[in-house]
Structures are given as C-alpha cells and as structure tokens.
Design a protein around this ligand. Structure first.
Ligand code: SF4
Length: 190
C-alpha cells in the first residue's frame, strides 16, 4: 500500500477477534471488510491495546461499564494509551492526518455511542438467589465505554483532534455503512 499519510485507530479486537470475551464473536467478516476499506483508501492502521485482555486475560467473564469505572482500571487505560498518544503526536506534527477512531459499540471498554451498564452486576453468582434478575438487569446506554473515555481525554490533553465511531456488530450492515461514510467524509475533508 502506498503511503497515504492517513492514520486510523482501531479497537484491538477488530483486528484480533481472539481478544474478545470467549463465545462472543458475532460478525466473522468484520476484520476483512474494514481492512479492505482502509487499504482501498490508503489509510494506515494503529491497533489500540485491549484493556480487558491486559487486566483480566482471556478467561474473563463479560463485564459491564460500572465494574470498570474505578481508578486502577482508568489509570491502566491511560498507561496503555501513552505510547499511542506519543506516536500520534509525532504523526500529526509531521502533517499526517488522523482520520479518527473506530471502537466497538456495546463494549464496557470500547463502546463509542453505546455501552452496557448495570448497578447490580457484581458478587458471587452461584450464591445469588436473584441471579436471573441480575443477568437481565443490563441497560444499553448512549455513552462511551471507560477505555474510549480515557482515550478521548488523552487526545484532548495533547491537542490531538479525533472523532469517534463505533461498530455495532449486532446491527452490522447499517453500522458498517455508517463507518464507511464516516471514513469517506474524513478523507474528503483532508
Ligand atoms: S476491551 Fe475493547 S478491544 Fe478488548 S475485546 Fe473488548 S471491545 Fe475488543
């Protein structure tokens, strides 16, 4: 691919589905469709780290945002992101364009316009007499996941402009067309 001086940030599991919570890989062709589109537009990819793999490994359960919304998780996200922010500072100072960031909607970490929340999602599951009710008590809310919030703050602190969009794998056709339009609009305005 020719050097296009355009960079995009992708959530880690768009390129590496293995990082997702086991059992959750709803859309098999995601990596191919996104990478093909970026390649066609000469956009280089920076793969963000996966904070959940870093902190909880591959045997983790699915979490909600409320469980990650505490200081150590946030501080670790910031540490993981520092090398990325440093690279972006160099790229943007040298005239490269940051197209934006593509996250994963619904994720408690990488959600952009959708994340999952529950105040009841905690504790010892096998001893909980109200487990059914706890499991059904998850709301999808229109806000970022914790990792994307930290990324947004870190970019602002470093005067790096970037817009975000999330892929919604539960509604993939509409979502991918919105992602591709997002990319097209950014490329047109460079
Ligand atoms: S934390 Fe982010 S990168 Fe990691 S599996 Fe979840 S959505 Fe993907």
């Amino acid at each position: 691919m020719a050097r296009g001086k355009k960079i995009i940030l992708l959530s880690h599991c768009i390129l590496n589905v293995n990082a997702k919570v086991e059992g959750f890989e709803p859309y098999e062709s995601l990596v191919k469709e996104i990478v093909d589109y970026l390649h066609k537009n000469k956009i280089g990819i920076i793969q963000l780290p996966c904070p959940e793999m870093a902190l909880y490994g591959i045997k983790r359960w699915g979490h909600v945002k409320d469980q990650f919304d505490y200081k150590f998780f946030r501080d670790t996200c910031k540490e993981l992101l520092n090398p990325i922010i440093n690279q972006l500072e160099s790229y943007t100072n040298a005239g490269y364009s940051l197209i934006g960031c593509i996250g994963i909607d619904g994720s408690p970490s990488c959600g952009v316009s959708l994340t999952c929340r529950s105040s009841q999602w905690r504790g010892e599951m096998h001893m909980n007499p109200n487990l059914e009710s706890v499991l059904s008590n998850v709301d999808m809310v229109n806000e970022k996941g914790v990792f994307m919030e930290i990324l947004e703050d870190s970019l602002k602190e470093n005067n790096i402009e970037a817009e975000f969009i999330g892929v919604n794998e539960e509604n993939i056709e509409i979502s991918l067309s919105e992602v591709f339009k997002f990319i097209d609009d950014k490329v047109k305005n460079i």
